[in-house]
Design a protein around this ligand. Structure first.
Ligand code: UDP
Length: 459
């Protein structure tokens, strides 16, 4: 077992331990570490179990203890969408035996009564099962929206009713049982991957059902109706304690080095003039879409900061190279980085729009800064998040279909300088206020954290 110097601190008399096990992907690690920050500030000692794959850096969290759980993951990253989801399912299984040993050792080392609970990502079913078998109470962290988890719960019903597997002829059909989703907005990966998706979501629901509660990185003013629905449909308590990055702002858990030079670069631009473009840590685009995106951005005339992550473009190793002539054409008003300090970028006064893939973290990070969005969902819950951004909160709109430079240009102008773009910005500003309120003294998320802490102490 690996540990750092924090172990001695953790053994202080009376300290309660919260153990955590994130799914090892950026969009899952970030909220788990933010939750760790919240619980640590409430007096809990933190122990993080983690895989070799996408391991966090213990040096950045000197107050926490880290326990490595060998995962046996090797070889190249999965390429197909089915393989990506299959890996998510496989991780819990791959870690199960080693985790059992590590958890037993931790329980022996800490006095058993001092371990309050283990918080686990909903996708790691085997980890919940091991903890339960060793009498450790679990809490489930789901890193997507409440609406998305309602979709997980409804999946068998949606299959029975014929919405799933998705048929091309039904893409625009409204899902009457789960408004405002249309069939195209549901989590799906086509007919071939249908069983895999059913398995993935059923496992997450099973994990929540054997846990002592569900923690969601959302907030009441954003998803009240969806939270009510979950509370009605689940037997375990639901804690809506987001936006976690606002409640625990110092938890740097980035797996890639953030290029901070872009913050200084932004300083030179007027307020709300720059479009920030980033598609998160996993989403990909075709080489053709990269070229059309590049020339669309160039043609819009709008200043931009663009995250072009290595590996973001499907194809050969150096395929993320931008088209010839792009850099020269945009040098005066554009910057491209491999990875950005996204929260700080979105907070920067110069940023006036966010072209995003609508991962849940990016969506909430944009909302919390009052930045309107262009949405280009790629897979998973991103289509559903896009639906909420466009149709429910009305703080952005989708750039759909095959990308063409002309339509990209027009979409960017509409968002950044158009009349309805201004309306979206105004509504985003209202949501920003709601996010500030929910994290304030008597705010809904603060109160939910109080309840969560009381709940943890009672387990
Ligand atoms: N992120 C970042 N720098 C970047 C792009 C993304 O730090 O250049 C962070 C972003 O702030 C968010 C996370 O990576 O917290 C991505 O999570 P999200 O759920 O949006 O998407 P995913 O990567 O899981 O698809």
């Amino acid at each position: 077992m690996e540990s750092n110097g924090a172990a001695a601190v953790h053994q202080r008399h009376g300290l309660r331990h919260v153990l955590l096990f994130p799914l090892p992907y950026q969009g899952h690690i970030n909220p788990m570490f933010r939750l760790a920050g919240v619980l640590h500030s409430r007096g809990f000692a933190i122990t993080v179990f983690h895989t070799h794959f996408n391991a966090p850096d213990p040096a950045r969290h000197p107050d926490y203890r880290f326990v490595l759980v060998p995962d046996g993951i090797s070889g190249p990253s999965p390429v197909t969408i089915e393989d990506r989801f299959a890996r998510v399912i496989w991780i819990g299984d791959a870690c199960e035996a080693a985790f059992r040993d590590r958890l037993a050792a931790v329980l022996q080392e800490y006095s058993r009564d001092t371990v309050a609970c283990l918080v686990v990502d909903t996708h790691l079913l085997e980890i919940f099962q091991v903890a339960t078998s060793l009498s450790v109470p679990t809490l489930a962290l789901r890193t997507g929206s409440a609406a998305c988890f309602a979709c997980f719960l409804a999946y068998p019903m949606l299959c029975d009713k014929g919405y799933l597997p998705v048929k091309d002829s039904q893409l625009d059909l409204t899902v009457a049982e789960l408004p405002p989703y249309r069939v195209r907005d549901l989590m799906h990966i086509g007919e071939a991957g249908h069983h895999l998706m059913c398995q993935l979501l059923a496992r997450a629901v099973a994990a929540v059902n054997i846990s002592s509660g569900l923690i969601l990185n959302t907030f009441d003013a954003l998803e009240r109706r969806e939270l009510d629905r979950l509370r009605r449909d689940l037997a375990v308590p639901v804690f809506d304690i987001g936006p976690l990055h606002k409640l625990s702002p110092d938890g740097d858990s980035s797996l890639l080095r953030q290029d901070r030079s872009c913050l200084e670069w932004l300083d030179a631009f007027p307020p709300e003039s720059v479009l920030y473009v980033s598609f998160g840590s996993v989403a990909w685009m075709s080489p053709r879409d990269l070229v059309e995106t590049a020339w669309g951005i160039a043609g819009s005339g709008v200043p931009f900061l663009w995250v072009v992550r290595p590996g973001m473009v499907s194809g050969s190793a150096d395929d993320h190279r931008l088209p010839e002539g792009f850099e020269a054409a945009t040098r005066e008003r554009g910057k491209v980085v491999a990875w950005a300090p996204q929260e700080e970028v979105l907070r920067h006064r110069a940023v006036g729009g966010f072209w995003t893939h609508c991962g849940w973290n990016s969506t909430t990070e944009g909302i919390c800064e009052g930045v309107p969005m262009l949405c280009r969902p790629c897979f998973g819950d991103q289509m559903g998040d896009t639906r909420y951004v466009e149709h429910v909160w009305r703080v952005g709109f989708e750039v759909g279909g095959d990308l063409e430079r002309g339509s990209v240009e027009a979409a960017i102008r509409r968002l950044m300088t158009g009349e309805d773009g201004a309306e979206m910005r105004a509504r985003a500003g209202e949501l920003k206020k709601a996010a500030v309120d929910c994290t304030g003294e008597d705010g809904s998320s603060r109160m939910a954290i109080d309840k969560l802490v009381t709940h943890i102490m009672s387990l």
